[in-house]
Design a protein around this ligand. Structure first.
Ligand code: 13P
Length: 252
């Protein structure tokens, strides 16, 4: 059975003390709600990962990083490795976010290396894909997402692929307040599941969690998550508020 997942991508937000407060608030609130088997993942800036995993140890959520460099160690100033994250009990890592593709010029080929590096150490990639607005307007969104998924993930064996979570994040919906409609989300999620089925098999496709991201909030989460191929969300802005984030996490 595939997992329902709500992951909070904090991006580059919150000071140390603000992060401490938010983590505590979320942990306390999660104690009081019924998550119905859904998994909650917090992805704070890497500086706060140790503090977050310390709280997660006694709480109801898992921890993800926002980035890694695809080597175990070495002369890569400013970077962190999956080996370091593993020792901190970080379970997931966001890979291929559109902000990293755009500002740090990360290519599908480079992301393949990151995926392999994470899997080598038993961390699960949350692999982001999604088209920019001109690509959707030119009806190229399926083609774009297909190459992102194929070029960074489809070299994996079926067994390895089962550790990957996919997040469809149409770039025009990220931080804009313009959410994909439930029909647009469902259409793309079903398409991605079809790609997995064609490359691997129906069981692998059925077992893969595919999350939606892009202006998902406390008001629209339930409608989006009710779609048959939408298995939860990767939440940006709304994950910075404990009340709204926990509301989203209980929207299944
Ligand atoms: P917003 O929820 O702020 O639109 O961001 C989505 C996102 O980029 C999550 O990774």
């Amino acid at each position: 059975m595939r997992k329902k997942i709500v992951a909070g991508n904090w991006k580059m937000n919150k000071t140390f003390s603000e992060a401490e407060t938010l983590i505590t608030e979320i942990a306390d609130s999660l104690d009081d709600v019924d998550l119905k088997d859904a998994e909650v993942i917090l992805c704070p800036p890497s500086l706060y990962l140790e503090m977050t995993t310390d709280v997660a140890f006694e709480s109801n959520f898992k921890v993800g990083a926002q980035n890694i460099y695809p080597e175990d160690a070495g002369a890569f100033t400013g970077e962190i490795s999956p080996l370091m994250l593993k020792e901190l009990n970080v379970a997931y890592c966001i890979i291929g976010h559109s902000e990293r593709r755009k500002y740090f010029h990360e290519t599908n080929e480079f992301l393949l290396r990151k995926v392999d590096s994470l899997l080598k150490h038993g961390l699960r990639p949350i692999f982001c894909c999604g088209e920019v607005l001109p690509e959707r307007e030119a009806s190229r969104h399926f083609e774009v997402v297909k190459s992102q998924v194929e070029e960074s993930l489809f070299h994996l064996s079926a067994e390895a692929f089962l550790n990957v979570v996919i997040a469809y994040e149409p770039v025009w919906a990220i931080g804009t307040g313009v959410t994909a409609t439930k029909e647009q989300a469902q259409e793309m999620h079903a398409y991605i599941r079809g790609l997995i089925s064609a490359r691997y098999d129906e069981t692998t496709a059925w077992e893969t969690s595919i999350l939606y991201g892009g202006s998902c909030n406390g008001k629209n989460a339930r409608e989006l998550f009710s779609q048959p191929d939408v298995d939860g969300g990767l939440i940006g802005g709304a994950s910075l508020n404990s009340v709204e984030f926990v509301q989203i996490a209980t929207s299944f």
